[in-house]
Write a protein that binds this ligand. Structure first.
Ligand code: FES
Ligand code: FES
Length: 135
């Protein structure tokens, strides 16, 4: 529904079996694997995809900005899912250690195995987030 009917191609389809997290979206602020959620079950709920993170004026979300600053992904296919998972995790723990953040987004996999740089980028994003009032 997101990609083919609504044209929201930022959400990626990786495994299509609830294993990789590349399809992660927030449903009522809680991260879900979109590949495993039927559209009719979320009709009255708030679904946030990567397209909804930036401000209307195009200003990136602080976590997205952190990824830009650190160039934290290789092919970046997994990136939207990692960012959405981080947005959700940082709501409950805005000042995590690197290990806590790694654990918090452990439902997301990267086929390029670029975890070290991804974590650096997302830690930078968390730092950016703490400096702003962006929610
Ligand atoms: S595509 Fe949904 S978890 Fe992999
Ligand atoms: S950067 Fe390529 S899958 Fe993660």
């Amino acid at each position: 529904t997101l990609r083919h009917k609504l044209g929201l191609t930022g959400t990626k389809l990786g495994c299509d079996r609830a294993e990789c997290g590349s399809c992660t979206v927030l449903i009522d602020d809680v991260p879900h694997y979109a590949c495993s959620v039927l559209t009719h079950t979320v009709r009255s709920r708030k679904v946030l995809t990567i397209e909804g993170l930036a401000n209307a004026d195009g200003t990136l979300h602080p976590i997205q900005q952190g990824v830009v600053e650190e160039q934290g992904f290789q092919c970046a296919f997994c990136m939207p899912g990692f960012i959405m998972a981080s947005v959700a995790f940082l709501k409950s723990n805005p000042n995590p250690t690197r290990a806590e953040l790694a654990n918090g987004i452990s439902g997301n996999l990267c086929r390029c195995q670029d975890y070290d740089k991804i974590l650096t980028a997302l830690m930078r994003g968390a730092e950016n987030l703490r400096k702003t009032s962006h929610v």
